[in-house]
Design a protein around this ligand. Structure first.
Ligand code: SAM
Length: 214
């Protein structure tokens, strides 16, 4: 996966119904309460940053794709910030694209002074993984709750809360965002089975509140 792929998708991810709203965004805002500063890692269309700023938090955004117009162009695996630079470090719906999620979570822990808040699609089985890769070759892997707990704890963080939820959004728009069409789109739909209903796709998500020590 290259930054160019994501830069070309920037407008689609700003507009995306699957990204600009969702209970997980409300959850992140609630978990960030009391923070003065935050870093939004893999900001994409900037939805986490927008919501945290609306809550009065000073936010810096990072993303490796210049087209996403982050404040800082950077991969999550190597964040150019000092230790403990932000009260909160958040990363939503992006780790399944990271080449090295363990290094990314370690970096988030390092640059956080207090909390690390993570949201991602969770592992839903091999057929969903196959569908995700066919729809978007930059998909690396969704992780199970146990794998997520390992990634977070191995980074030296303590888990305070874990929430699982279902996220439903427009299926055709999800395919269009990555240019998946024709026979490939049909194959993706077949692999997803009854997760697609009435033109909407439901994927499971995990949200984790972790900190440097409760
Ligand atoms: C689905 S979008 C992010 C969605 C966004 N966080 C939101 O809440 O709407 C995935 C983002 O991950 C970024 N990305 C891909 N590989 C990355 C990496 N190794 N480190 C950090 N960001 C990465 C892409 O450039 C893209 O902007």
């Amino acid at each position: 996966m290259t930054s160019d792929i994501w830069s070309g998708r920037a407008d689609a991810y700003v507009e995306s119904d699957a990204h600009r709203e969702g209970e997980d965004l409300d959850q992140l805002v609630a978990w960030a309460a009391g923070a003065r500063t935050a870093l939004d890692v893999a900001t994409g269309g900037g939805h986490v940053a927008r919501r945290l700023r609306e809550a009065g938090i000073e936010v810096v955004t990072s993303d490796p794709a210049p087209g996403m117009r982050p404040d800082v162009v950077s991969r999550a695996e190597s964040l150019p910030f000092a230790d403990g630079a932000f009260d909160v470090v958040a990363c939503r719906t992006a780790a399944h694209h990271f080449a090295d999620p363990a290094a990314a979570v370690r970096e988030m822990a390092r640059v956080s002074r207090d909390r690390v808040l993570l949201v991602d699609t969770v592992f839903m089985g091999d057929e969903v993984e196959e569908a995700e890769r066919r729809r978007d070759p930059s998909h690396v892997r969704n992780y199970t709750e146990a794998e997520w707990r390992g990634l977070v704890e191995d980074a030296g963080l303590e888990i305070g809360d874990v929430r699982l939820s279902a996220h439903t959004f427009d299926f055709a728009a999800w395919l269009a965002r990555t240019g998946c069409e024709g026979e490939e789109a049909q194959l993706v739909e077949d692999l997803l089975g009854d997760r697609v209903a009435e033109g909407r796709l439901t994927l499971d998500k995990i949200a984790i509140r972790a900190a440097k020590g409760y």
